[in-house]
Design a protein around this ligand. Structure first.
Ligand code: GLN
Ligand code: ZN
Length: 756
């Protein structure tokens, strides 16, 4: 009979207990012992929750204080020099020093970098390895967690980041070298880990090698073979886990690995489970990830049942069923939600419910009776034709979209001339990215308003006062293009999601983003439409306060899409186009209300890139198209800006040019304008505002420094096409440093206008 397992469970706790405990520890409010206790409690609760849901094999090793890649670094003793303690010992504070640059004990120093975990919104801490890196079994936490699970009577399966994925994700500290040259040394430590786990009585170890979902060079393919050969025969059974994308290209390799089982993601792409069944011998475990581990939707169990029932019959115990990947990317428990209506709830499943789904599936397979599954799947089948979900007008509008809708009336060269004439801006126009400091007072007002303690009228008045303040400050600073400051916005996606149709909000739908930071993405459950204007009143008010140009501020379709939980019954390009059309109407309304410059932020544009490079082009095309649909309803004179805050444009410059925004502002100050080279080499045709100062620190940049940066920029991009602005929005900053920094920025620009 099929066995159920989880690849990993959310570690943050039902009510984000881990976040609060860790942050209290950092703030010195609880002791390390209390923190350790809290971790223990969360793990114990998670196991009970999974066991109660019917999971047979429970993951151990999926818990992490900060990040599981960082935990792996500690396990194998890969601690950057600057984070080491004088005596070489490693403790919890070492881990926090690597993750965030400081901890209650030990020195403060730059944290290790973090970056996105494959194509998810989770960020891991990038291991820093030297060419002569030594590994050593150092941290014993994993073994203690095994002991804890065993003492509680659980059937534990240990979960580890595989050695090859670990090396792939690491970066070279100092000079570049071939990271795979470290594999042998690393494998020796993994062997020790496995031997120890065997001693503890662990039967199964799940080795995660998600890099199999990428397009691997031959040396990495070889490294995987070497790795499994080395790890086999250490006294534990090996379950290779792949996820996030299809691994078909490596089927032959996978069939040859000396492993006892393989897990496949059956939801990321269309997989033929019969082929997987043939691939593995019948004495190997075939683990099928049939429940989506990355979303919040109920599974069509009836369909799953039909696709796997023959395999289940044939494989018996050697068929395992699981979510597609770790449930790290899913909120914990739907039962906590009190505000979602029953129909919506009947379409959803969080981590706990996904376990229950597997249990239902197993029972149906055992009894060869799918009637319960039919009943369970009925709501999501009904969703397909629900009039609540389907909005015919929206669907018709999307279907009717043509290439022309994704095109401005004229080319940039013509538009910019008209814009110059209409806007009358000086050389090197100065502007900001949108938000001004979100002060305590602003946040409090929003909380009070939401809690019903502040009337709508009073809230409006207060926000208007904040807007007036921001406008007056900008006039005093003599900036050229002003913004209203985004005082009324809690978050750049949530704000719009709340005003658009087709979105829902959870109370406890948190998922870990990085370290102690969690996000609560809105849920796109239906066709998206805009009932009424969302930003026009605020922007018009702001414009009424000044004779300078007020820049309207919107979040783009691609960013709204990727920072939400998206429906699983519609393809991404279609959802993006729905959002784009809603935004297009907003852009036109802003223009008609007298707003001549409109910025459509797309910080998540790069995030949506598929894992396989062969699919990038298709993605970039639909993403750029959706952006253009949102931007192209306006006349030539209306200037469209976009903003992206990151420093990695390799491979996407053509797509950025394809977005055809009149002006793009980007983050460049920390790269010393080097990143502009990509734009220079491409002959990027439109206007660019390379950020001239880093907004992540309160340090005030000096005039000379910013002048140097702008000079550098002017050597790469014709000065007539340059704008001057900070790297990103200023919402996390205080007013005093903001005022000083912008004052210096404007002074630097004015001096340069004289000199250039
Ligand atoms: N307009 C937004 C702001 O200034 C942009 C934020 C972002 O790029 N992440 O806050
Ligand atoms: Zn930004």
């Amino acid at each position: 009979m099929a066995q159920l397992h989880n690849l990993g469970f959310p570690r943050i706790g039902r009510k984000r207990e881990l976040k609060f405990a860790v942050e209290s520890y950092w703030a010195g409010k609880i002791s390390q012992e209390q923190l350790l206790d809290q971790g223990k409690t969360i793990r114990a609760e998670n196991w009970v929750l999974q066991a109660d849901a019917g999971i047979d094999l429970l993951p151990v090793g999926d818990f992490a204080w900060y990040d599981h890649v960082l935990s792996t670094s500690l396990l194998i003793g890969a601690v950057p020099k600057r984070h080491q303690k004088a005596d070489g010992s490693i403790d919890l504070d070492t881990l926090f020093r690597i993750g965030r640059g400081r901890a209650p004990s030990g020195c403060s120093c730059a944290p290790s970098e973090m970056t996105k975990w494959f194509n998810t919104n989770y960020h891991y801490i990038v291991p820093e390895l030297t060419h002569d890196q030594q590994f050593q079994l150092t941290c014993t936490e994993l073994f203690e967690q095994v002991t804890q699970a065993q003492a509680l009577g659980h059937n534990a399966k240990v979960v580890l980041v595989g050695p090859v994925t670990y090396l792939y994700l690491a970066k070279c500290a100092g000079e570049e070298f071939d990271k795979l040259s470290l594999l042998e040394k690393l494998l020796a430590v993994y062997q020790q880990v496995f031997a120890k786990l065997a001693q503890q009585g662990i039967e199964w170890v799940q080795v995660d090698e998600p890099i199999l979902g990428l397009e691997l060079t031959e040396d990495y393919q070889e490294a995987l073979k070497t790795s499994f050969r080395a790890l086999a025969g250490q006294g534990v059974k090996l379950l290779l886990a792949s996820y996030f994308d299809s691994v078909t290209a490596y089927f032959d390799d996978i069939a040859g690995y000396p492993v006892d089982g393989v897990h496949f993601d059956c939801v990321a792409t269309n997989v033929d489970v019969a082929k997987l069944d043939i691939l593995l011998s019948t004495d190997q475990v075939l683990s099928l990830g049939v429940v989506n581990g990355r979303n919040i939707w109920r599974t069509d169990l009836e369909a799953v049942f039909n696709s796997i029932k023959d395999i289940a019959l044939k494989r018996g115990d050697n068929l395992w069923l699981a979510p597609s990947c770790s449930l790290l990317h899913t909120p914990v428990d739907l039962e906590q939600e009190e505000k979602l209506d029953d129909e919506l709830c009947s379409w959803l499943a969080f981590a706990k419910q996904k376990g229950q789904e597997l249990s239902l599936l197993k029972a149906a397979l055992e009894s060869n009776d799918s009637s319960e599954l039919v009943a369970y799947s009925a709501p999501i089948k009904a969703r397909l034709t629900s009039t609540r979900v389907n909005n015919t007008a929206v669907q018709q509008r999307v279907t009717a979209l043509t290439a022309k809708d994704g095109k401005r009336n004229n080319a940039f060269a013509q538009r910019i001339e008209k814009q110059h004439a209409a806007l009358n801006l000086p050389l090197l126009p100065t502007t900001t990215i949108g938000s001004f400091p979100q002060t305590q007072v602003i946040r409090q007002a929003r909380r009070d308003y939401k809690a019903g303690e502040l009337s709508a009228g009073d809230y409006q008045r207060q926000m208007k006062a904040e807007i007036r303040y921001a406008v007056e400050e900008q006039e005093a600073l003599d900036l050229d293009v002003l913004v209203h400051g985004e005082a009324e916005r809690n978050d750049m996606v949530e704000y719009f999601a709340e005003l658009l149709e087709g979105f829902a909000f959870t109370q406890f739908g948190w998922v870990q983003s990085y370290g102690s930071r969690c996000v609560k993405p809105p849920v796109i459950w239906g066709d998206v439409s805009r009932e009424k204007a969302m930003t026009v009143q605020w922007t018009k008010y702001a414009q009424s306060l000044t004779s300078k140009k007020m820049k309207g501020m919107l979040t783009g379709p691609v960013t709204i899409l990727f920072w939400s939980f998206i429906r699983d019954d519609l393809d991404k390009p279609t959802i993006a186009n729905q959002i784009a059309l809603a935004l297009r109407d907003e852009v036109v309304d802003l223009q008609n209300a007298g707003i001549d410059i409109i910025q459509i932020d797309e910080p998540a544009f790069r995030e949506g890139m598929p894992l396989k490079c062969s699919q990038w082009q298709a993605y970039l095309e639909w993403a750029a198209y959706a952006f253009r649909v949102s931007a192209s309803g306006v006349k030539d004179e209306t200037q469209i800006h976009t903003h992206m805050c990151y420093a990695e444009f390799n491979g996407i410059i053509a797509a950025i040019a394809d977005m055809d925004a009149d002006v793009i502002t980007i983050e460049t100050s920390r790269s010393n304008m080097e990143l502009l080279e990509a734009f220079e080499n491409f002959d990027y045709p439109n206007d660019i505002g390379p950020g001239v100062y880093d907004i992540h620190t309160p340090n005030v940049p000096d005039i000379a420094w910013m002048k140097t940066l702008i000079h550098k920029a002017a050597r790469k991009i014709p000065v007539a096409r340059l704008w001057v602005n900070p790297d990103c929005g200023l919402k996390t900053r205080g007013w005093q440093e903001t005022r000083q920094a912008l004052d210096n920025m404007v002074k630097a620009t004015k001096e340069l206008r004289e000199e250039l």
